[in-house]
Write a protein that binds this ligand. Structure first.
Ligand code: F0G
Length: 466
């Protein structure tokens, strides 16, 4: 026995009961939800793989921190604990707490971006790009081409293509590029990591041109794990050491604490530049809350401070990603087309390959997510045409990746839940020819995937198995 399994470094002290539904109930529920899994009630879901955001299980140590919430309006003890944790583990000097990641993105975009600026990034994230555009910027994708190929086996598919970045600098001029936003890992590419070598080069190039590097550190711990596993020279380094090195190649970060940090709410913006941090705090007090709570309760900040310390433990992250890879490998063995390599926070089904009879305009990933729910009670999420939205001219974007994301919450589900999920996916893929396309019947203006409603194009139901 050479290989150790990924078994969890915790045991279960409390459980939350789940509802089991019938197929008829699920068909009704998804129709009522307008074939949008975001509009399902969680009570109608068996295994909820919609997102890993805010859905983690906290430890007893975090829960005990909840009782130590210092709810003073100003200067809460818990803020200082959080500040120490971010300084110690991420290494940034100035902490600006926010209610979640998009609060940090909003403030960063407003203080950094001027009308007509360009903001390069390694593939877009929905809320990040939204705030950049709202501030008058244009997002430019500078990720390597392999990231857009679902079957590429590149170990660091999240890497920045330095030629694309240099071309942008030459084309628009460095003074039009206030910063580059580097996601570690890249959510929409399938949870794919960026190598340290790449981060180092990006930082050197940008520093030469006076362009700031801002990490989207939402899943930086997961990124650190892939560096430890895949990058030469890092196999004996701790996750904590790798994280510090990653952050040292940046000037600041935005963070959704709802992922890596094992909490249900919270986020932050961190910057090394004191003047910029002061500007950020001026907006913070208008939009989020005072500089020592920014939209979080004292207890939330305590839970996050403790969650950060747990999140960098090597045993934790090995089990967390081990579980994601366990599900991914089950699906690969069953011949299901998924994004490879398996990413850090979820397994991504390739709806284009699974549903070759549907055009992208017929929203195959949205339809596949609905069918999977009907088949199994598993809730996933569309990450394709619907999520990509419209470009500033109003046309539908057509991303190369048309995916259904099965996102694994941290420390929540068991191996048996992963087995049941794989069985449900296999069943629906075997019946893929019974899945019909969808069309919009309601399309909100911003971030449409959250609230849009759909109807099957040619039949009453999206998925009917005789
Ligand atoms: N950046 C990344 C890479 C994210 O994945 C998210 C959220 C955010 C920023 C925004 O953070 O939700 O705290 O405001 N991702 C969630 C998801 C919603 O399901 O992938 P937030």
């Amino acid at each position: 026995m050479k290989k150790r399994s990924w078994a969890e470094p915790f045991k279960i002290k409390m459980v939350e009961l789940l509802t089991m539904t019938t197929r008829e109930e699920r068909k009704r529920a998804i129709a009522e939800a307008g074939y949008n899994t975001f509009l399902l009630r969680s009570a109608d879901v068996y295994i909820d793989l919609l997102t890993d955001s805010g859905t983690s299980a906290m430890s007893d140590y975090q829960w005990s921190g909840i009782m130590l919430g210092d709810e003073a309006y100003a200067g809460s003890k818990n803020f200082y604990h959080l500040e120490e944790a971010v300084q110690q583990y991420y290494g940034y000097r100035q902490l600006v707490p926010t209610h979640q990641g998009r609060g940090a993105e909003h403030i960063l975009s407003q203080i950094m971006i001027k009308n007509g600026d360009y903001i390069p990034g390694n593939m877009y994230f929905t809320t990040t790009r939204y705030h950049q555009e709202r501030a008058g910027g244009t997002f430019v994708d500078v990720i390597i081409d392999e990231a857009h190929e679902s079957q590429s086996s590149h170990p660091f598919k999240g890497n920045i293509d330095l030629t694309k970045l240099r071309d942008l600098i030459n084309r628009v001029g460095a003074e039009k590029i206030p910063y580059i936003s580097v996601q570690v890992t890249v959510n929409m590419a399938g949870g794919q990591p960026v190598s340290l070598a790449n981060l180092r080069e990006v930082y050197a190039l940008c520093s030469r041109h006076g362009i700031k590097v801002i990490l989207d550190a939402t899943r930086a711990i997961e990124n650190a794990y892939f560096i430890q596993q895949r990058e030469a020279g890092y196999s004996t380094k701790t996750i904590a050491a790798i994280l510090r090195e990653m952050c040292s190649y940046s000037d600041g970060a935005t963070m959704s604490g709802k992922k890596d940090s094992l909490v249900n709410i919270g986020g932050w913006l961190a910057l090394n530049d004191e003047d910029k941090a002061s500007e950020a705090r001026s907006l913070l007090v208008a939009f989020e809350g005072l500089q020592t709570y920014g939209g979080m309760a004292g207890r939330d900040m305590e839970a996050m401070a403790r969650g950060i310390a747990e999140s960098v433990q090597d045993d934790h992250i090995r089990a967390r990603i081990g579980q994601v890879q366990y599900l991914g490998n089950l699906l690969l063995e069953a011949g299901i087309p998924v994004v490879t390599p398996i990413g850090g926070h979820g397994v991504f089904l390739d709806a284009r390959v699974i549903l070759p009879h549907l055009e992208q305009e017929q929203l195959p990933a949205q339809a596949l997510a609905s069918a999977l729910y009907i088949e199994s009670g598993v809730r996933g999420m569309e990450r394709g045409t619907v999520s990509a939205g419209r470009d500033p001219a109003g046309n539908n974007r057509h991303p190369k990746l048309e995916l259904v994301r099965l996102t694994i919450p941290r420390r929540v589900y068991t191996q048996a839940h992963m087995d049941v999920t794989a069985e449900g996916v296999s069943e629906v893929v075997q019946n893929a020819d019974k899945i019909r396309g969808l069309k919009f019947i309601f399309e909100p203006e911003a971030l449409r995937f959250f609230q849009a409603r759909f109807a099957p194009i040619t039949a009453d139901q999206v998925y009917e198995v005789p």
